[in-house]
Ligand binder design. Structure first.
Ligand SMILES: O=C(O)CCC(=O)C(=O)O
Length: 223
């Protein structure tokens, strides 16, 4: 498996300032192609999740951690690689990061491929989230990663009155964020296009407890 982790030193000040950092070129060339193909193969295990809160909808396709463990060794190996963990510790300046014990949600493949899918504004249950993109997120297709950075932890900001950062990640890049302080969503998909992203959850030990039954809520059954 070949991927590149750039020096964390240059990213740390950005992460400290914004609560997120964009890291390009984690996967390139043949490795990226191989992961894209693997993701396409795994889409047969995807389930469609639809949740509605106050008329705001979450609707997307997801391959959860159990399928990834069984069918995508390289991705699980990436998630559990101690070098990746050390790199994240250096980037976030937080030595208390670990792997999530909740495999179902720890490693996911998210698939947005029609205008019907929506990924609403939310905070993540725990810091940190690293999202690896396998496809280019292009303006003409929609689906920007939208972030309102530097929120108070889990305090929902006024979206209309906030400055929203729109990210258009390239295939092979990664966004690392404290998803408990970065309020975030995926902007509307404007047309049919395959948007493949891999959110990886790296809780910090000092984090407030994860809500009970979260995976059951997210995916319809318990992890
Ligand atoms: O796929 C994305 O760009 C965003 C995923 C996300 O918001 C999340 O996993 O919390």
């Amino acid at each position: 498996m070949s991927y590149a982790l750039p020096k964390a030193d240059g990213l740390r000040p950005l992460f400290r300032r914004d609560g997120f950092a964009v890291v390009s070129g984690i996967l390139r060339g043949s490795a990226l192609k191989q992961w894209q193909q693997q993701a396409q193969t795994l889409t047969k295990h995807a389930r469609t999740v639809v949740r509605r809160n106050d008329r705001v909808e979450l609707a997307y396709k997801v391959v959860t951690g159990g399928h990834i463990r069984n069918h995508w060794r390289d991705l699980l190996a990436f998630y559990t690689d101690s070098d990746v963990l050390k790199w994240l510790m250096a980037l976030t300046d937080d030595p208390k990061i670990r792997l999530s014990p909740h495999l179902q949600s720890a490693v996911n493949l998210n698939i947005l491929d029609t205008k019907d899918f929506q990924y609403r504004w939310h905070f993540d249950a725990v810091a940190y989230t690293a999202i690896l993109y396998l496809t280019d997120v292009r303006r003409e297709d929609g689906g920007a990663l939208c972030i309102i950075p530097n929120c108070r932890r889990h305090v929902v900001p006024d979206v209309r009155g906030s400055k929203i950062v729109e990210l258009w990640p390239q295939a092979g890049s990664m966004v690392v964020m404290d998803g408990t302080r970065c309020y975030h969503s995926v902007g509307p998909m404007l047309r049919e296009a395959s948007r493949l992203s891999i959110p990886l959850v790296f809780p910090n030990v000092g984090a407030s407890p994860r809500p009970a039954g979260l995976d059951a809520y997210l995916y319809g059954h318990a992890a």
